[in-house]
Design a protein around this ligand. Structure first.
Ligand SMILES: [Zn+2]
Length: 463
């Protein structure tokens, strides 16, 4: 890094809203001679200079065209790749009224350390709204945080009046969306959906069995997480009536009765209604099929979570898979086929893991999820889009907020990852990080590694 003498041109001062008397330069940073993967399309632009002023991307152009901004910190990024930071769209930040602050900040840091600069927390509590604001102001280091409200479920929303009271309260408290859990009865759902529309609070998460995927989509669910309901939506009519009459059906019965024509029907319905899907493949495969928990506990990222958390996972997994390896493979394969069909048709896919469930270490799990999503046949570009530009589209279309991130363009939030190699060629290059920028704050690899070591040390002491 080096520093240039500072001469901010008047035009920039005007753009920044400074007065002509304002001689205090605003903090600037330049990535020089970098390969830019803007995520506006699949192209990689080589030899670019990207100028960041405070927390925004200010200018991008060829290395020769852009004059160095005086006073800026310059990173010579020759041969490196700059892309937007990733998003985790099914995160869990610790629940409860006031969980230990260090636990919350450790999780936020794990996201940043893994290049995740946006999260959607899928089970809110009251402390999380001010926390999201602290992050936005830069008082706390963390990814931009969209906060789902405490969930509507069989218990919290047993009747229409309770559901209505909750969604109205959640809207006025400032939550960004309403989380749904299983068990909401259909009449309560319909009432919730109409009130949510009236007060402009979108909802997403699980699809209650009583509601079913088709009805959930038609009444406005904005994200279907875990591919909930999609397998049930593509099985034969016989199996559907068996499910509807309450007779149990096992996994084998489900996967062996797929009606291929129904895949296209549900894909089209999803597309027409601008539904987004958060597949959480890695979580689902862990929930159904871990034969050897000890192998998971050997994963390098396990040192960043507490011994107590590891023990919870070990016990959850100890029961082992309920189904035969063949049936499980067919089931996982079906989920991937549905995902690929959704993606091919243009349905918005969003990256997410449900960390910290079942061996999902926040941040690290997202990279394990990408490997599995890759097995569906989605291209690397499509997968990267699910963690960047598609997320911004979801935020503006459904949360009604400014989706000024997820691409590299002037005016976008400076949430970036600098990589040593091209992630389009191999998604594992996403871990070849030179550094992460979050809201214009640059964290070089050394600083990230120090933070991770400190966290590993803390947990090695039994904290
Ligand atoms: Zn969850």
């Amino acid at each position: 890094m080096e520093r240039f003498a500072y001469h901010l041109p008047m035009v920039i001062l005007v753009l920044l809203g400074c007065t002509s008397q304002d001689t205090n330069p605003r903090e600037a940073m330049v990535f020089r001679d970098v390969n830019v993967l803007s995520m506006e399309n699949e192209a990689v632009l080589s030899g670019q200079t990207v100028v960041i002023i405070e927390d925004m991307i200010h200018e991008i152009g060829s290395f020769q065209e852009i004059q160095p901004v005086g006073g800026a910190t310059v990173i010579d990024a020759t041969g490196m790749y700059l892309m937007p930071g990733l998003a985790e769209m099914h995160a869990h930040v610790p629940p409860g009224d006031s969980p230990p602050r260090d636990q919350v900040e450790d999780i936020l840091f794990l996201y940043i350390a893994n290049g995740v600069t946006t999260i959607r927390g899928m089970l809110g509590s009251d402390y999380q709204i001010p926390l999201a604001q602290e992050i936005e102001r830069g008082d706390v280091l963390g990814p931009t945080f969209y906060v789902a409200a405490p969930s509507l479920s069989r218990t919290s929303a047993a009747d229409m009046a309770s559901a209505e009271r909750l969604v109205r309260e959640h809207k006025s408290a400032g939550y960004h969306l309403q989380k749904i859990h299983p068990g909401v009865p259909i009449e309560v759902w319909d009432h919730m959906a109409s009130i949510s529309k009236e007060i402009d609070l979108t909802f997403g998460g699980h699809v209650p069995a009583d509601v079913g995927l088709v009805h959930a989509i038609e009444t406005g669910i904005s994200t279907v997480d875990h591919l909930d309901g999609y397998v049930q939506a593509v099985v034969s009519d016989d199996v559907v009536s068996q499910i509807n009459t309450g007779r149990p059906i096992n996994l084998q019965g489900l996967v062996s009765s797929v009606d291929e024509s129904k895949i296209n029907e549900i894909v089209q319905l999803s597309l027409e209604n601008d539904v987004y899907v958060v597949p959480t493949l890695y979580l689902w495969e862990n929930l159904y099929g871990i034969t050897d928990p000890s192998a998971f506990l050997m994963q390098p990222e396990m040192k960043y979570v507490s011994a107590a958390q590891r023990e919870v996972w070990r016990r959850q997994a100890a029961a082992g898979p309920r189904d035969s390896p063949d049936v499980l493979e067919e089931f996982f394969d079906l989920r991937k086929r549905i995902l690929k069909a959704l993606s091919d048709a243009g349905v918005g896919i969003l990256m997410g893991t449900d960390s910290p469930q079942m061996f999902n270490v926040p941040g690290f799990a997202l990279h394990r999820e990408l490997e599995l999503v890759g097995e569906s046949g989605m291209s690397n570009y499509e997968i990267l889009r699910s963690g960047t530009s598609s997320v911004a589209r979801y935020v503006s279309n459904h949360l009604g907020l400014d989706g000024n991130f997820g691409t590299i363009a002037p005016g976008q939030r400076a949430d970036l990852v600098l990589l040593g190699s091209n992630p389009l060629e191999d998604l594992s290059n996403l871990t070849d990080r030179i550094g992460v920028m979050v809201r214009g704050r640059w964290l070089p690899r050394t600083e990230i590694d120090e933070g991770l070591s400190a966290l590993a040390h803390k947990h090695s002491l039994g904290n």
